[in-house]
Ligand binder design. Sequence first.
Ligand code: NAD
Length: 428
Amino acid sequence: MKIAVVGTGYVGLVTAAIFSKFGNQVTGIDIDKKKIKGLKEGKVPFYEPRLKNLVEKGLGKNTLSFVASYKKGIPGRKVVFICVGTPAKENGDYDLSYVFDSVKSVARNLDDYTVICIKSTVPPTTKEKIKKIVEKSTEIDFDLSSCPEFLKEGSAVEDALHPHRVVIGVESRRAEVLLLKLHQPIKAPRVICDIKSAQTIKYAANAFLATKISFINSIARICDKVGADIDKVSLGLGLDPRIGGKFLQAGLGYGGSCFPKDTWALIAFAKRLGYNFKFLKQVDEVNKQQIDYFIDKIVKLCGGLVKNKTLTVLGLSFKPHTDDMREARSIPLIRRLKQKGVKIKAYDPQAMENAKKILKGIHFCKNSYEALKGSSALILVTEWPEFKKINFKKVADLMKEKIVVDGRNFLNAERLKKLGFVYRGIGR
Ligand code: NAD
């Protein structure tokens, strides 16, 4: 099938790559000309395992192409996926301007019946506005639909090829048939529903996952107070299939391009509907407080005084296996530590270039050992597997003070204690 994918970011590029792998003729469209130029040469502009390989294969087989022009990319396509960003505004409200702009450009270039499918995460009433925009811009017959995306950065290709479900929001049998055909190679349960339900599923999923994280972080506070072990508590909780063990790891809280903005968006959307979503506001509040809670731990362990001390932050990206710094927990953490007069040394296996654009006045290091040399504490922010392999015997000699504050409960506490480190996690 000939399809187009508008927006070649994390979601769009993965979508384009997997549908081309299934043998469709896919065109990726983006307004970022530099990005398109690179993609034509097989250059993936961000770090995502397996993606480069898939893009190169698609280009090689001529099932995948990229253009910076709607005129070239839209006519003749049966399905057009909209995968542009829906960022949060300063006040937490959602910005749908990229969606509206891209839909208008798509509509102006339609030449025959097309299914316009929204993959971007948007509030459930957006479809009415989108429909009006398309109807104003073209006489050509179209159907609107929504297939929200559930991939996770760091395992995006795997998630897109083997999702837990495929949600297809449609208003016509014609669109349903086309989308079912396109998704045929993906073996996963289908949820066929109306567009508003599809988009509500996406918001509800992210809000629920954020809730699990804030819930376990609240329980971790109790553990800290009574000396219980949150890891055992999570294990005991998660073995109950009604609860499930995923997203029950206590830590610094959630960040990234989705959970924060989608919880804020749902709160803002609910307000527009006249509903005060207090419960979700509290989830967000717990997440925000988690940084200060962690900093209090650091300060206490450093004897109450951190001014002029050198501390090392390991891991900067919002989670491992990505270089994405959007809403990364390292950002507010480092900024607040700097306000306290701390000198920061930092290292991340993939996100250094992106981090340098955001975090100023810190010393970026080439590896963990350089970052830990002369430092008064190791602060673990992102659980990259390579940090488990650090030679802590060597590190014990490099550091000024042997303190480890583990924001992801990731390192081997017993081993570190045996080596003479003072170790604290969150709720353990
Ligand atoms: P992104 O910022 O990585 O990519 C968006 C792309 O859209 C950019 O390349 C940008 O240049 C392009 N773009 C913007 N306006 C355009 C226009 N008018 N025409 C063509 N291209 C345009 O965004 P993302 O992380 O891929 O997210 C896209 C959507 O998917 C968002 O709604 C997000 O909430 C949702 N989502 C993201 C993830 C994730 O893990 N990143 C997961 C599920 C859903």
